[in-house]
Ligand binder design. Structure first.
Ligand code: ACO
Length: 336
């Protein structure tokens, strides 16, 4: 049986650390409020240069993460058949970030595609990579999750509910066709579009001439918005459903899970999910305190840190699970 095995991981975050204390300079908030509600203590944001632009692009961050993953996997640029780049924040409206990575890493015309599935983008990306590998369409695939969130945020009291949660960064894995027990055993993917507008960014939009206008900006519709309590409620429920479903599909039980790597949305969501699933804290990965919610990047950054910390050993059973805008959600069951 051919499966998609993860051979290497890597991540890159911007140098600039933005603490909760920094947030209090721009909005009415406190370290206590943010820590208690989300578990976040600091996040990384790109630096804005003297030309008014970020000093690194999203694709550059993704390429740095991917280069680490390739070095760890011992894979050369010419071996990569496909780049799958999950992001809700492409550097431009089109093309997607995947093609910029093809160029930055000299990938010799490897295929490139972007996945626009927000917080669950990386889980969708791994499922897609597994499908391509099992079908024989590709042998070696880079799956990247990367975001520059900070430039989209309303960093005033009006936007505080969103602004304090998000960070920038990128993570990547190399997946390659492998025989045997190792690899992605099962994936489950879901969506429920009736909640699309409960966590979304309306503009720029193809529905208005020039994509953006003064009215949209004056109404703040170029900032992401969410119904936080609704998202929290659905996230907790869907995370647990997806974990159970993927375990059942892969013929495993929760007792066999060595490490749950959930999308880092909120420490309270992570703890609630761990508790409902009966998993002790040492089998649930968390790094949200240092990076905040980096959307599609949280899981590959977490996999990378978990591997570096020796928490992912060969043969371990790992579940990745995510929920986010769309609503979309899903999970992967992986034999490390
Ligand atoms: N600092 C201080 N006060 C704040 C802030 C802030 N940054 N943000 C909101 N508030 C205020 C609100 O205005 C509100 O004030 P009011 O009561 O006077 O109206 C009050 O705090 C709300 O407080 P709580 O009810 O205690 O907030 P809650 O427990 O709902 O926590 C939170 C809010 C953290 C946003 C929570 O709903 C949440 O985490 N939701 C999930 C959101 C999420 O994860 N989104 C990410 C994208 S999707 C994903 O990744 C799954």
């Amino acid at each position: 049986m051919i499966r998609a095995a993860i051979l290497g991981t890597g991540f890159h975050v911007p140098e600039q650390i933005v603490t909760n204390q920094d947030m209090t300079k721009w909005m009415d908030t406190s370290d206590e409020w943010i820590t208690q509600r989300s578990g976040i203590q600091e996040r990384r944001w790109v630096t804005i240069g003297t030309d008014g632009k970020a000093t690194e692009t999203g694709a550059e961050m993704g390429a740095k993460a991917a280069a680490q993953a390739m070095a760890q996997a011992g894979v050369e640029p010419a071996e990569i058949d496909l780049v799958i780049y999950a992001t809700l924040n492409p550097d431009c409206f089109f093309p997607g970030n995947g093609v910029f990575v093809e160029d930055l890493l000299g990938l010799k015309t490897a295929g490139a595609m972007d996945i626009r599935n927000q917080c669950s983008g990386f889980v969708y990306g791994l499922a897609a990579a597994d499908g391509f590998i099992r079908a024989g369409t590709a042998r070696t695939i880079l799956v990247i999750g990367g975001e520059i969130q900070s430039t989209a945020l309303n960093v005033t009291t009006e936007g505080r509910e969103m602004a304090v949660l998000f960070g920038d960064g990128a993570g990547a894995v190399v997946v390659q066709a492998a025989e045997g027990q190792r690899g992605i055993l099962a994936s489950v993917l879901h969506s429920q579009g009736r909640f699309a507008k409960d966590l979304w960014l309306e503009a720029p939009t193809a529905l208005v001439p020039e994509r953006i206008n003064a009215d949209l900006i004056a109404a703040g519709r170029h900032y992401p918005t969410m119904d936080g309590k609704l998202v929290f409620k659905h996230a907790t429920r869907r995370f647990c459903e997806a974990i159970k479903e993927v375990l059942e599909k892969g013929g495993a039980t929760v007792d066999e899970v060595d490490l749950l790597v959930p999308h880092q949305a909120n420490q309270r969501i992570t703890e609630a999910v761990g508790k409902r699933m009966g998993l002790p804290a040492d089998r649930v990965f968390s790094n949200i305190a240092r990076y905040g919610n980096t959307t599609a990047a949280t899981i590959p950054i977490a996999l990378s840190e978990a591997a570096a910390a020796g928490r992912l050993k060969s043969g371990d059973l790992v579940v990745t699970v995510a929920f986010g805008s769309g609503f979309t959600w899903g999970a992967n069951l992986i034999r490390w």
